[in-house]
Unconditional design. Structure first.
Lengths: 427, 459
């Protein structure tokens, strides 16, 4: 598409954005895979529409504030990237645009506080944990109150009781011959809300001949800040990780968004002294399932009774990282029947903090996703991302949902994945 | 009350007037043309379309109906001072009768969705434009959309049994019915392909076909485009009627391969032939086809061994247009038709024109019915390159007409090709079209300024 963006004036960020806009031919192939378009059926809530809006804003033809309602509704799920025949790097475009415009936009004081509160607590387990504990305790008291949605939505997503997170060892040795030495990214909210995922991940890696290093100085990946346009917050976190993961073969992530977040470090440090180091780290980042698939998977003993699982593609695995086959191969190798839902490409509405900022659309998408998953009549829903797990579980009504790592760990331990022992994974 | 106030009262909350909401509706898939509409309305049922059209008629405000905005000829480009009727929310399949093999749908239903809903009954909707995962039935009807498989099954017009249409004056009329054996003049056939000049279809009755029992999909590589073009005539001459015959040239192959990794071999030209029908018939025809292809000079032949491989072949072909965006910042898609027997000649001449104008042309087209899709690659940032591209595109169109073909196979005239209408039609022909238009739309409100050249409009 033609544009009159003053690229020179916008520096390297301008180049990234202009490149994406030029690549768009406005064909509309992105429309049917865009979650907001599917729900709202309006052009400005589609990837093609948003690209046009960003172009207009960058050209100075449209005030930023007018375009923001539609741009803010984008989940950054990147389903459009998968669908795009022209190769528009939409993910890079929207992330860069958000970084580029955050300082220029107006936010109401209350919104500013809410946003800051989230960005200052969620990525920091030592701050988030006490808050989450307090909130879970108050939940029964607060729930009946007519709270505004932005306060009610996060409350709904909290579990009834916060599990305790056992302290991590520094090194977990590989079982049998060592095939690789990896650093595990512990994540932020996930550690607090569902520590069993990290424990299960370590267990599964050990079973597959992988030595796991849990670096003490690591931080949250920073994706939350990056996608909210908080460049400095994201960089501060990322710098810690650039240091913490220097001497490992790979960095393993077990959350879709964190994996793709770390792969975006080069974008975050574009033109900065850390750009090289960021590239080196990004190249080492692998999702748990991809690493196992590449190293050669040693499957657990198959379940005692046949198990039908439906695999839900987390957007930041399927679209942002192109990971769809590896997890399915592992599940099949483990002797499970893997079912495929309709509309696999459509986001469940979790999308980081999306369900906190856009609760109505998130709910519509969550319901739709749950219906599609349930229609396959599974025993279990499996996915590779905590956000999806929490979001989908809210609408699944009775069908259990597990992280891929949790399911595999249970099988290695010879436990029945349907018996509800999932929190009991011991190392 | 003014027009906009009345409009807002009709569809509360569903009339877009903010700049940010209007801007994305400025263009369809032909971004060389842009026009910001006065407003965009989002009707959710046919009564609302009727009400809006009547209001437009009363106030003399022009309107353009729009589906997914995938037109390559500017067919859904907004018009000066007019509104856009975005019919996307009218996306219900109202009735699907597997026994009668029909589907009654709203105009905003996406083409592929009809086949998806019909699949459990072993049925599908045959016309398959490359945009089928996106484009809507309403738009397909307006442009009489084709697709790869129209070689065997015909265009949209051959699959529309009946229509409910809101005329530009706001009357609601039913044309056709629910079976192929219509009574009276074939008015629904007449309406299909009129590019929104005669009103808005609000309900469409489609014919569904039983899914073929078997497919045989073959990929043949050639050393020249002309050779591939000639192979098409050979296949037909041997008495075969494949479901589809498609050709892609080197540039198109390169683009498609980058976009979807279809696994195409490197070649100057690729021919895709798909046989379909009852198992035994397909098996028998496959042998004949193999023979013909061997004789035609193909140096590599591959047959899809599974449904996944077949899908990959088609995915590459159907992504080709947009994929060309990877090779060039801008391009014009042409849609001329030539008689099948003159395909080789046309392709040779297009290559010559491309060299003479110093602009690359990628070719990807429905070879079976002679429907060419030359993509003229240009860079709009370079001075006058768009004008040069348009000149080259114009020469290609003239070439098609000269060879006994036509300006458009399926993308329509829209705004893009209306200047070329006099090349194909005599003044009397154009005047006849103009009279029909004026009889049904005296105020000239429905998709004003499209299709018919101004010379005629004035007269």
């Amino acid at each position: 598409m033609q544009h009159r963006i003053p690229v020179e004036a916008l520096g390297q960020e301008g180049e990234v954005m202009a490149h994406a806009i030029e690549a768009c031919v406005h064909c509309g192939f992105c429309l049917p895979t865009c979650p907001t378009y599917v729900v709202l059926q309006e052009e400005m809530d589609s990837p093609r529409g948003r690209i046009f809006l960003m172009k207009e804003v960058l050209e100075g033809a449209l005030p930023l504030e007018e375009a923001l309602p539609y741009l803010d509704r984008c989940l950054a799920c990147q389903a459009c990237v998968t669908a795009c025949p022209s190769g528009v790097p939409y993910g890079e475009l929207i992330a860069t645009f958000r970084l580029h415009t955050e300082e220029k936009r107006h936010r109401y004081p209350l919104e500013r506080v809410y946003r800051l509160a989230l960005l200052r607590t969620l990525p920091h387990p030592e701050r988030f944990r006490p808050l989450a504990e307090l909130a879970t305790r108050l939940k029964p008291l607060l729930k009946p109150l007519p709270l505004p949605k932005p306060l009610k939505a996060p409350l709904d997503l909290l579990p009834e009781r916060l599990p305790t997170e056992a302290p991590y060892l520094e090194i977990y040795p590989a079982k049998g011959e060592r095939k690789a030495r990896v650093g595990l990214l512990l994540g932020c909210a996930q550690r607090v809300l569902r520590p069993s995922i990290n424990q299960a991940t370590i267990r599964v890696l050990q079973e597959n001949g992988v030595e796991v290093v849990v670096a003490r100085e690591q931080a949250c990946c920073g994706a939350l800040n990056l996608h909210a346009g908080d460049k400095e917050g994201a960089r501060a976190l990322a710098r810690k990780n650039l240091k913490a993961f220097q001497d490992v073969d790979y960095v393993v992530s077990n959350a879709a968004g964190c994996g793709s977040g770390m792969k975006e470090y080069p974008l975050l440090f574009l033109g900065e002294p850390e750009e090289e180091a960021a590239r080196a780290l990004a190249a080492k980042v692998k999702d748990l399932t991809v690493l196992l698939d590449e190293l050669g998977f040693t499957p657990p003993p198959p379940p005692r009774t046949p198990l039908r699982v439906v695999y839900h593609d987390a957007c930041h695995l399927a679209h942002a990282q192109g990971v769809r086959e590896a997890p399915r191969r592992l599940l099949r190798a483990a002797g499970l029947e893997v079912l495929e839902p309709k509309e696999w490409e459509l986001c469940c509405g979790s999308a980081g903090t999306y369900n906190l900022f856009q609760p109505e659309i998130a709910e519509a998408l969550g319901r739709r996703k749950a219906e599609n998953l349930k229609a396959t009549e599974p025993h279990l829903v499996v996915t590779g991302n905590i956000g999806c797990l929490t979001q989908i579980s809210a609408y699944l009504q009775g069908i259990p949902a597990l992280h891929t790592a949790e399911l595999l760990a249970l099988l290695y331990e010879g436990k029945d994945p349907l018996s509800g022992e999932k929190q009991g994974t011991r190392l | 009350m003014g027009f906009l106030e009345e409009l807002k009262a009709l569809l509360p909350g569903r009339v877009l007037t903010h700049e940010a909401a209007l801007a994305p509706y400025e263009s369809d898939a032909l971004t060389a043309y842009r026009k910001r509409p006065l407003a965009v309305v989002l009707p959710e049922g046919k009564e609302e379309v009727v009400a809006v059209v009547r209001l437009c008629h009363r106030h003399g405000v022009p309107f353009v109906a729009r589906g997914s905005g995938t037109s390559l000829s500017g067919g859904s480009l907004p018009v000066e001072g007019g509104i856009v009727l975005a019919l996307n929310r009218m996306n219900r399949i109202l009735r699907l009768d597997p026994k009668a093999r029909i589907a009654v749908v709203e105009p905003g239903v996406v083409n592929l969705e009809v086949s998806r809903q019909a699949a459990p009954f072993g049925l599908y909707y045959a016309p398959d434009p490359s945009s089928q995962p996106v484009s809507t039935i309403g738009g397909n009807v307006a442009f009489n959309s084709g697709g790869a498989h129209c070689l065997k099954y015909g265009m949209t017009a051959n699959h529309v049994l009946g229509l409910e249409v809101v005329t530009p004056e706001g009357e609601v009329v039913r044309l056709g019915g629910e079976s192929l054996e219509g009574v009276g003049p074939d008015l629904h056939g007449f309406f299909v392909g009129t590019e929104g000049l005669l009103g808005v279809a609000v309900e469409i009755t489609l014919r569904l076909l039983p899914k073929p029992e078997a497919y045989h999909t073959l990929l043949a590589a050639y050393r020249s485009l002309e050779e591939a073009g000639n192979a098409v005539s050979l296949v037909i001459r041997r008495g075969l009627l494949p479901g589809a015959m498609e050709i892609m040239d080197r540039l198109a192959i390169e683009a498609a391969e980058k976009a979807v990794r279809a696994g195409y071999p490197e070649a100057e030209a690729l021919l895709i032939v798909e046989l379909e029908g009852p198992k035994e018939e397909v098996a028998e025809e496959a042998q004949v086809l193999e023979e013909v292809i061997r004789e035609s000079g193909a140096y590599a032949v591959r047959v899809a061994g599974s449904e996944a491989e077949r899908q990959a072949i088609w995915k590459g072909r159907k992504a080709a247009f947009s994929a060309v965006g990877r090779l060039s910042p801008d391009y014009l898609v042409q849609d001329g038709v030539v008689p099948r027997s003159r395909l080789g000649e046309a392709l040779r001449e297009i290559q010559r024109l491309s060299q003479a104008h110093g602009l690359r042309v990628a070719n990807v087209f429905h070879a079976g019915d002679g429907n060419l899709h030359p993509l003229v690659l240009y860079d709009g940032k370079k001075p006058e390159e768009l004008e040069r591209a348009e000149a080259l595109a114009g020469e290609i169109l003239r070439l098609c007409v000269r060879l006994g073909g036509s300006l458009t196979g399926e993308h329509g005239i829209g705004v893009e090709k209306k200047a070329y209408m006099p090349e194909m039609f005599a003044p009397e022909d154009l005047l006849a079209m103009e009279r029909v238009k004026r009889a049904l739309d005296p105020k000239g409100l429905a998709n004003r300024g499209k299709v018919l050249p101004e010379v005629v409009h004035g007269g």
